[in-house]
Design a protein around this ligand. Sequence first.
Ligand code: ATP
Ligand code: MG
Length: 754
Amino acid sequence: MSDFLKGLNPVQLQAVTTIQGPVLVIAGPGSGKTRVLTFRIAYLLSQGVPPSSILALTFTNKAAREMKERIGHVAGPKSSQVWAGTFHSLFSRILRIEADQIGYPSDFTIYDTEDSKSLISSIIKEWNLDKEAYPTNSIKNRISSAKSNLLTPKAYEMNSEQMSNDQASRIPQFHKLYSEYVGRCRKAGAMDFDDLLLQFFRLLQEKPEIARKYRERFQFIMVDEFQDTNFLQYGILKKLTLYQGSPRNICAVGDDAQSIYAFRGATIDNILDFEKDFDGMQTFKLEQNYRSTRHIVEAANKVIGYNKRQIRKTIWTDQEDGQKIKVIKAINDTEEGRRVIDQIMELKTRDHLPNHEIAILYRTNAQSRIFEEHLRRHNIPYKIFGGQSFYQRKEVKDLIAYLRAVVNHRDEEALKRVINFPKRGIGNSTMSQMAALAAAESITLWEALVKAGPQTRSGKAISNFIAMMAGFREKTETLNAYDLALWVAKESRLYDEYAGDHTIEGLGRKENIQALLDGIQEFTESDEEVYTGEVKDKSLASYLQNIALLTDADEGTDETDFVSLMSVHAAKGLEFLAIFLVGLEEQLFPSFMSMNSQDEIDEERRLFYVAITRAKAHLWLTFAQSRYRYGQMRYNEPSRFLEEIEPDNLEDTGGMVQELEAASAPPKARVGGAARPAVQVAASVRKIDPATFIPSASTSIEAGMKVLHMKFGEGQVKLVDGARENRVATIYFKEIDNPERRIMLKFAKLMIVD
Ligand code: ATP
Ligand code: MG
């Protein structure tokens, strides 16, 4: 046996060395699924399998890079030629080679989410549709879901169920919108993210000889996080493997209990179908968790047990008990931030943890701000994954839009963005005129500009713009991505526009433009090919393709030792010594959007399960009793998930555990919106007769007053802060445990007694 295989337990070893036929590994978090894939690739290489015949589909490009690095240790440099990456990145590369087969230009643009939304909202505007009835975001999701389910606009229109559904949802025009959107993307020579899968699927479907080529090429296919593949991704996998005489060497690893993209169409049924579709499937179950200490594993097992529908698994660890899970209850979100940073400081000084072993996880990206502020104050380097990422910043998008429009003149979203920025006197009305012409004559916006632009009122400016862009385009033949980008930034006057702005924001923008240029330079100078190990294409088109597919979790940073901040979704597959899972409040986690059904609550629970199983040794669960959300102070109960953990696995921090214990026994089967009992109030509160209880106007409550509360009894108002709608009182209720409560006055029923 090769030496490196010694790092596997017997079942892992079997999964690694069973390389013929379909293999499925279903196992809990931390059990070595990703490790199995990595070792399997190394094993294949050691058996003489050519690296370019291995296709490994990972959740992020970062995961792919890490995988290659690890394989590199055991298998040497040829590991860089393995096709490892995300579905989107790998298939877009193939699409670029084969685009003309399905009627796209090979330098097609990739529309990111913002581009898609902007296109949708301009159609809504042009058609005078009611913006409230047709909110851009949900239209976008609906289109995305239609595409993921292989419903073309035509098929959609023929589908009576969809159509009546749209009628009922009062969006009867949706199918037309969908069709127009698809038409315009096509005209612009653009694919959105869903197209990268959909068009690849079409390619395999409609061009049998091409399908055969890739089936022959990819003899060994591997998929990580299989539970989150959607219908379309699964369809592609089938096209690549299920064909008479094709090798069917597919190995998928996943965990149904960690499926967290139901909203994107990933379902547990994937796994069940997989077993049906591929006969001769060999299934392996891994049961030992190598990642986390006992308290964490037990808590995770207990919580996920509340989900009914799942493939039952046992997960155990032979690691030590480790530390108990710590719960922090904060008065408000600011205090939550402060206490988390206090703990981080302690971890660093007392336990000597490096920053990169620490992560703060939250349910929504908006929660990051407070932690950022505290980290900055303590000079702790950190990095945010997701949220407003570098490539979403205005100035960065501006320059990228120029570059996109240079590579692909048909790219309408890019063109619209740059045509009058910096200002060159091409007004909105001229542009509407041009858009109308393009629509009327079925030509692209660029063609309309060339044809009729010079005759409009902004004629001179348009002629100059066209000449400038054509000049840039010519240079793509001779300049590499960096030289061209530098030239475009200067000649378009974009760089001057930002350099001339001496405000703090202006300086920041200039720095960002500079950072982008630096990134392009790095791209042209490095020879490492991130995805396929083939000879690197240093053209601008190739660069644009690369960045369009960077997922938020892939962004680079200079600092190497930083604390990670990210949403729970982005944390899938990762591990850290210390995890702070914050904002554990009803309505936030579980999200208020999940309160309608048991299925949605179950998905939140899986998300919680993913979150706590990222921790190797230290886990903190924190919540704030009040926080600002959407501009208003909200007062929330602790998350139900806290109560689902056995108190024995929790560490007592200031009475919290007893509170949870009191609130949790016996476990309640609560569905979504059902009212949930408050954290228990001591029995000593005297009964108040509702008949005599007349709540006072909330505006009249002031500090110093004595008040009555139906449940908490008598209290003394110590402080009132916040203005108008958001006034919050800090009241001391002497008759209850945890006597000090922060109460949002707008909702509170208090009766002034003194
Ligand atoms: P997740 O479901 O969270 O993605 P996973 O099943 O993919 O988890 P891995 O990330 O592969 O789990 O493994 C978890 C940790 O356990 C890693 O640090 C890995 O190196 C380690 N590990 C896995 N198997 C073994 C083993 N046989 N011996 C030692 N360490 C192991
Ligand atoms: Mg994994």
